[in-house]
Design a protein around this ligand. Structure first.
Ligand code: NAD
Ligand code: WQD
Length: 338
């Protein structure tokens, strides 16, 4: 029996492949390389010392998926495949609905048809929108999203809920990630964004290495201790370990559960910048710029449901995250393009 990992070549997927292999699971990986490179999985194999089947396949390709389910005994799916750039989603919403929502519907249809009814899904804290106060708990209202990307996650959560209600054999663990950063401790795999990064940590790393001249801190007038935005940064390896626990849970339960994966700790932009400088002995020049449209001041999790249901807790510190992000960036200044 194996676990199918969609989008397993991407940032979170590649780290999860390693943790799943280390936990003794057999895996099968699919990806269409839209936002990733084959080199990532080559390095996963190198780091884990294990081989596993890979298929270049789009989750919207029902026939391609069926062949993969027919060739392997798949008992559950970890579903990472999706587009994730917030700004792009506002410009090309239909592409996001087609890929993320349409792709997930096709995947679930094939899974049902092939008798595999257990899924761990990559959702996001973005579903809490701007209407709730942190710490965010899973029972808070969702859906007040500010962009098409966020709406795809909200819609997919609803689809999985309806699916589980319609068929008592289905199991869906909906993981709401907070802000994943960091990289594998080896420095061999990490986040490899195309072009100028949108997210804070890859931007900070590229400033530190001199690829970008300075960081713009988006707003210093939020209602936070130092005025800059507060987020719940979580080490990608902790996040990956959460997926192993979520698969265990999905194999043992039916129905749908939404579960936060965060540390429960808020960290401001300036705290992160200072932690990065201190951990790595590098400079990160910055200027304060206007707020970024759509941003909220504070967003952090209550992670107690994950502890209760999955027996999982984040273990790594912000210092670990900064050190590991920098090791990846400094050892791979061009990402996977060496
Ligand atoms: P990523 O872009 O690195 O990985 C996603 C992978 O999916 C890529 O390798 C891409 O090529 C692949 N993919 C996209 N569309 C596909 C399709 N139609 N068929 C097959 N493969 C496809 O992103 P990531 O940061 O690893 O995120 C993984 C998942 O977690 C995504 O669903 C994302 O929305 C979600 N998520 C990410 C974050 C974050 O900050 N990184 C936060 C919350 C949720
Ligand atoms: C973090 C903080 C910025 C860049 C996004 C998505 C969310 C989820 C994770 C997928 C904020 C500030 C940033 C910069 C800055 N992804 N910042 N200068 O916006 O919390 O979440 O990624 O699900 O859906 O919205 O993350 O890393 O972009 O920003 O000052 O150049 O850093 O204002 O306070 P965000 P981020």
């Amino acid at each position: 029996m194996a676990i199918l990992i969609t989008g397993g070549c991407g940032y979170i997927g590649s780290h999860t492949c390693i943790e799943m292999l280390q936990a003794g699971y057999d895996i099968v990986v699919i990806d269409n390389y839209y936002n990733s490179k084959p080199e990532a999985l080559r390095r996963v194999k190198e780091l884990s010392g294990k081989e596993f089947p890979f298929y270049e396949c789009d989750i919207r390709d029902a026939e391609g998926l069926k062949k993969i389910f027919a060739a392997h005994k798949i008992e559950a799916v970890i579903h990472f495949a999706g587009l994730k750039a917030v700004g792009e989603s506002v410009r090309i919403p239909l592409t996001y609905y087609d890929n993320n929502v349409g792709g997930t519907v096709t995947l679930c249809q094939v899974m049902s048809e092939m008798g595999c009814k257990r899924m761990v899904f990559s959702s996001s804290a973005t579903v809490y929108g701007n209407a709730n106060t942190s710490p965010l708990t899973e029972d808070m209202p969702t859906g007040a999203v500010t962009n098409a990307y966020g709406r795809t996650k909200f819609m997919i959560e609803g689809i999985l809920h309806d699916l589980c209600n319609s068929d008592p054999e289905w199991s869906a663990v909906i993981l709401r990630y907070f802000n994943p950063i960091g990289a594998h401790i080896s420095g061999r795999i990490g986040e490899d964004p195309n072009g100028i990064p949108n997210n804070l940590m890859p931007y900070v790393s590229q400033v530190a290495i001199g690829k970008l001249s300075q960081l713009s801190v988006f707003g210093d007038d939020y209602d936070t201790p130092d005025g800059t935005g507060v987020r719940d940064y979580i080490h990608v390896v902790d996040l990956a370990k959460g997926h192993v626990k979520a698969v265990d849970y999905a194999l043992a339960h039916t129905g749908d559960e939404a579960i936060n994966l965060g540390t429960g700790n808020g960290c401001s932009v300036l705290q992160l910048v200072n932690a990065f400088k201190a951990a790595n002995g590098v400079d990160v020049p910055y200027v304060v710029a206007p707020r970024r449209p759509g941003d909220i001041g504070t967003c952090f999790s209550d992670p107690s449901k994950a502890a209760r249901l999955l027996g999982w807790k984040a273990e790594k510190t912000v210092e670990d995250m900064c050190r590991d992000s920098w090791r990846w960036q400094s050892q791979n200044p061009k990402g996977y393009d060496e």
